[in-house]
Each structure stands twice: as structure tokens, then as C-alpha cells.
Design a protein around this ligand. Structure first.
Ligand code: KIV
Ligand code: NA
Length: 267
């Protein structure tokens, strides 16, 4: 997948077949998800999911580069995009370029994602005109948790709804090739999808978006605290628990290893 191929999926404001996007943080997960996705996102949600941090705010450029490189090694078909972590891009377009170019060079990914609307439009324009494709992210922007005061749905008041639409349009006009809309009232997501040129990827948004994204660990039932908008397609946490308990019992009973897993001289 390439940036122009993804852009081209939305023609005359419509997307025939919605775009499929999931997060990946490791090489092996990328290999497993790659055949099923158009875009793999190395999300800064890895802060909570992999590192046990309280939010995405402490996530560093080093973490994003290490996981981004691992995911690129595990994917062939999907476009890999890497989240720019908090503090690596908001200062100026120049700061954003320095961080984003480092992400591209160190990981081999094809694009970066950054949070913010009107305030980030100049930066998105700056990056796209210098060879760095950008995915926008509006609505609930988790890096702004300290300003927003939590992770509740956005756009419940008409002022907030207008602001989200203006943010999406600003990001679109600035040249973002994809726009993630997170945690907003369905009606706003539909409006954004209808009114911007770039394909809109929903998460906690609307089935009418041009595509969907979920955090893979949430969708697999591996992460215990999940928002209302997550659908669990598997319950891997209980599978892992069952396997570990079985292994424990067999070790205690000396039932593992058996002859099959033991080196013995050939007779
Ligand atoms: O960090 C992340 O996983 C994300 C997606 C949920 C869009 O930004
Ligand atoms: Na993110």
C-alpha cells in the first residue's frame, strides 16, 4: 500500500470498501495482522498497552522508533504509520520535521501521525511539502488528556462539534492523507466524513467513516481496561491464563518435558 493508493480509495467523497487499520507494536503481531489490513499503526497507545504507563504523555521518540522498526520488519503489504509522541512536534514545524524525519529514517515507515486540528495545520503542511506523509487525528486526542480532563466522548455541545469539524477541515486542507476521528458523537463523525477529501478513519466514531481502527490488544481481549467503543473479537487473556496454568501444573507434576521434548542418545 502507498499513500496515493490509500488516498484514491475515496472518490467523489465516497469510499466503496472501507479501509482496515489496526495497531501493531511488535514484529510478530505485524506479521499476523499485515495480510488483513491496509494500514498498520504503531500507536503511542503502546505507552499504556506495552509499558504500563498512565497515559501516552510520557512516551518517547526512542520508544516509537524501536517499535516502528520492529513493525516495519514484520510487514509487506500494509502501509506502516508511526505516531509522533507528545513533545516531539508541537513546538514548531521545524521541530516536527526533525522528529518525523528521524522516525522515517530509523524505522523505514511510510508516514507519521500527529494529534491536533487547526493548531497543527501549518505543521502538517510543512511536513507534507518536505516528503513526509501525515495522518491527522482529531476529536478525542489522548495526548491532550491534561487539558481535556479525561477520555470521554467529544462533541456533545454544539461549540465542541463545530470545533471538531473545523479541526478536521484544517487538517484536510493542510494535506493530511488520512484523518483519524476518535471518540466523537456519531453525527459529527458522519459530517466530517462527508465534508473532507481525505479518507476518515473512525475509532469510537461511526460505521459511515471511510475506515476503522482499533487497538489490537483491546480487540483481542488482551488489555483489561477498554473503552465502550471496543468490540472484543477474541478473548486471548483467558487463553493465556489457561495455557500458563496448564504449564504450571505439568511442571509441578513432572509431566513436562516428555520424551518428545528431551534430548536422548539415538539407540
Ligand atoms: O495510539 C493509538 O493506538 C492511536 C489509535 C487508537 C488511533 O492513536
Ligand atoms: Na495515538
Amino acid at each position: 500500500m502507498t499513500v496515493p493508493a490509500i488516498r484514491a480509495r475515496k472518490k467523489d467523497g465516497k469510499t466503496e470498501q472501507p479501509l482496515v487499520m489496526l495497531t501493531a507494536y511488535t514484529m510478530r503481531m505485524a506479521q499476523l495482522l499485515d495480510p488483513h489490513c491496509e494500514v498498520l499503526l504503531v500507536g503511542d497507545s503502546l505507552g499504556q498497552v506495552i509499558y504500563g504507563l498512565p497515559s501516552t504523555v510520557p512516551v518517547t521518540l526512542e520508544m516509537m522508533c524501536a517499535h516502528g522498526a520492529a513493525v516495519v520488519r514484520g510487514s509487506w503489504h500494509s502501509l506502516v504509520a508511526v505516531d509522533m509522541p507528545f513533545g516531539s512536534y508541537e513546538g514548531s514545524p521545524e521541530q516536527a520535521f526533525a522528529s518525523a524525519s528521524r522516525i522515517l529514517k530509523e524505522t523505514g515507515c511510510a508516514a507519521v501521525k500527529l494529534e491536533g486540528g487547526e493548531a497543527m495545520a501549518e505543521t502538517i503542511d510543512f511536513l507534507t511539502h518536505r516528503g513526509i506523509p501525515v495522518i491527522g487525528h482529531v476529536g478525542l486526542t489522548p495526548q491532550a488528556v491534561n487539558v481535556l480532563g479525561g477520555y470521554g466522548a467529544r462533541g456533545k455541545s454544539s461549540d465542541e462539534a463545530k470545533k471538531i469539524l473545523a479541526d478536521a477541515k484544517a487538517v484536510d486542507q493542510a494535506g493530511a492523507f488520512l484523518i483519524v476521528v476518535e471518540g466523537v458523537m456519531e453525527e459529527i463523525a458522519n459530517k466530517v466524513t462527508a465534508e473532507v477529501k481525505a479518507p476518515v478513519i473512525g475509532i469510537g466514531a461511526s460505521a459511515q467513516c471511510d475506515g476503522q481502527v482499533l487497538v489490537t490488544e483491546d480487540m483481542l481481549g488482551l488489555f483489561e481496561r477498554t473503552p465502550r467503543f471496543v468490540k472484543r473479537y477474541a478473548d486471548l487473556a483467558s487463553e493465556i491464563g489457561t495455557a500458563a496454568a496448564k504449564y504450571r501444573q505439568e511442571v509441578i507434576d513432572r509431566g513436562f518435558p516428555t520424551a518428545d521434548q528431551t534430548y536422548r542418545p539415538k539407540s
